[in-house]
Design a protein. Sequence first.
Length: 150
Amino acid sequence: MKMLRFLGILLFSSSLFAGTIKKDAPKVVRDAFAKKFPEAKSVKWDKESQNEWEAEFKMDGMEYSANFNNYGVWKETEHEVRQADVPHEVMASLKNEFPGYKIRESEISETSEGMVYEFEVKKGGSEIEVALDSHGKVVNKKENDGEGED
């Protein structure tokens, strides 16, 4: 009987946990997304936090992600950008501020406050995420412990 009760509790708790992982975004969020990105294809939703949803999708042959709060308010859109497409002023500033660092990733991030170029750079054991505005000014910098994704 104890084993049966244990199995019941295990099944119940695992179904609760599974429900929090594979949820579709609320209708208000999906509707706001469809309005902002009508050309989006292959949309996959993830619960980013208690108050935020992230859609990963394809558009214009590129991979994007967009975040919305629980009320359908758009927060941010990101997509990868080729280094060749980053303005010269931004690349020059990045190389000047972080000499000897190799660029591992480059993205464009858009929010209601504007657009920035985000880079993941690495040199030896040092890994830094840095954001620069369109004039090349560093607006955010965060050092990572080097244990992130490759």
